[in-house]
Each structure stands twice: as structure tokens, then as C-alpha cells.
Ligand binder design. Structure first.
Ligand code: SAM
Length: 254
């Protein structure tokens, strides 16, 4: 295994290609509206949000959560690197008469200081870079939060990822079109890969996403060093953490 930190940072340059119009097209097939409603309720509860709280979503995608949080009364800002996804987020917000601030930007360099009551990265949105840049995302998040603010990260639970070598396939379908994700992990580096095959209108496209998988102890070390005072672990959608559950949900307080 000879992948280096530099290689993994280079892979991050592909995100605006991976999170593209195809990603948007399969959005509702992967997350039907009732699932997005449930995710929004879980985030509201885990972060103990109240009406009027300023909240930041990093990697907000096409705004399926951001717009719903605004509907529930939070003052929401969403940041994403994909212009295509942000356009859809803004259009949906405008059509529903929602006041949401959408910002095109990179989560490694944020323009806010001591501003938000809460921030979050939902649905495998943390870990896209090499370790140094991933830690930078945590430091930037800490700087954007006011004292006492909370950061939530929804991450894969590495203890529950099978390591037998064969990729695990997930298929999303919309009419005759398919999105096939082949997920695999490298045990020694803690890296995950998603090789994505899009079959749409008779054409096939391939993309690849790299992500780093962290355990709770690594998160706790990185978050404390980024300026957070406490770090807690939960399971999927805020349930109790279990070592065989699919998710590790981190809540850190500044
Ligand atoms: C897995 S999607 C999750 C989207 C959203 N959180 C959700 O639950 O629907 C990850 C998002 O992170 C965004 N992203 C990737 N790299 C980014 C970066 N460097 N800065 C900001 N956003 C980024 C992608 O464009 C994509 O919208």
C-alpha cells in the first residue's frame, strides 16, 4: 500500500465532479422526503436546537436538510463546494419562501468567527481529505462557533465495516437509470473508497470518492486539539452508540 498523504489530498479535487448533476438526479431515490424529514428531526434533537438559533451546515448539498431546518424555524446557513447542488438548494428555498443563506465555498477555509450556536456535517461529509486538511475542517468549524456551540458529525462506524476485501454494493434506481456504489475499505490506512457507476439514458459514467474513516478516540483527540472542550459519541440518528451499529455520531462542544 503506497498511497501517500499528498495523493489523498489530490483526490479531494474531484469533489465537484462527484457531487454533480447525477448526484442530484438520484437524490430523492437515495433520500426520499420522509427520510430527509427524519434526518432533520434527529439533527434538531441531537443539537437541542430552538427557533431562531443560528446553525451552519457544512457540505449542505442540495439543501434537503438545510431547507427543512429553516422550515422548522432555525436561522440556517449552508455551505457547499458544488455550484450545481447549491443552485437546487437556493431554488427550493425560494419556492418555499424560506430565508436561507447559501454560500459557495470550501469547508477547509470558512469566513465566520464566533457566530453559530451549532454546526454539522451530515451523511458522510467529513473525512474527504488527508488528515491535515480534515483537522483543518475541525479547526475552522470551531472558529465559526460561539463559545458553548456544538458541532455534530455523522460518520461511518469503523468497527461495523466488514473488512473481508470484497466491496459492498448499494444500488439506487430511478426508472431505468441506476446508481451503483461499490464501497471498500483499506484496513491499514483507515481509508474508504466509493467507486460509483452511473447508468443513465443508456450511458455509463464512473466516479470515485475517497474518505477517511476515524474512530471515536481519533475524533476526541482531533476535536480537543481543534478547540472543543467535550466530545460525546452517539449511534445512528442520535440513538445510543453500539460497536456493531452502522453509525458513529459525534457531538463536540466548544
Ligand atoms: C455526501 S454529500 C452530503 C450532502 C448533505 N449533507 C446531505 O446530507 O444531503 C457531501 C457534500 O459535501 C460537499 N463537499 C465536498 N467537498 C467539499 C468541500 N471541500 N467544501 C464544501 N463542501 C464540500 C459535496 O459537494 C456534497 O454536497
Amino acid at each position: 500500500m503506497n498511497t501517500t498523504e499528498t495523493d489523498s489530498n489530490r483526490l479531494s479535487d474531484k469533489h465537484d465532479v462527484y457531487f454533480n448533476e447525477d448526484y442530484l438526479y438520484f437524490g430523492d431515490a437515495v433520500h426520499p422526503p420522509e427520510v430527509s424529514d427524519r434526518h432533520t428531526d434527529a439533527i434538531w434533537k441531537i443539537l437541542a436546537l430552538a427557533q431562531g438559533n443560528p446553525v451552519l451546515e457544512l457540505g449542505c448539498g442540495y439543501g434537503r436538510i438545510t431547507n427543512r431546518l429553516a422550515q422548522k424555524g432555525a436561522r440556517v446557513t449552508g455551505l457547499d463546494i458544488s455550484p450545481v447542488l447549491l443552485k437546487k438548494a437556493r431554488t427550493d428555498a425560494a419556492e418555499s419562501g424560506l430565508d436561507v443563506e447559501y454560500v459557495l465555498g470550501d469547508m477547509r477555509s470558512l469566513p465566520w468567527r464566533d457566530q453559530f450556536d451549532a454546526a454539522f456535517l451530515w451523511y458522510l461529509t467529513f473525512g474527504y481529505f488527508g488528515d491535515a486538511d480534515n483537522e483543518r475542517v475541525l479547526r475552522e468549524s470551531a472558529s465559526s462557533l460561539r463559545k458553548g456551540g456544538r458541532l455534530l458529525i455523522d460518520h461511518i462506524n469503523i468497527f461495523a465495516v466488514p473488512n473481508h476485501g470484497a466491496p459492498i454494493c448499494y444500488v439506487a434506481q430511478r426508472s431505468d437509470d441506476l446508481r451503483i456504489d461499490m464501497m471498500s475499505t483499506e484496513v491499514l490506512t483507515g481509508r474508504g473508497h466509493c467507486d460509483r457507476l452511473i447508468v443513465r439514458n443508456g450511458c455509463i459514467r464512473r466516479t470515485h470518492l475517497y474518505f477517511r474513516l476515524y474512530g471515536f478516540a481519533e475524533f476526541a483527540r482531533m476535536l480537543r486539539s481543534a478547540g472543543f472542550e467535550s466530545v460525546d459519541a452517539y449511534g445512528e440518528e442520535g440513538a445510543a452508540f453500539t460497536s456493531d451499529g452502522p453509525r458513529l455520531v459525534i457531538v463536540a462542544r466548544k
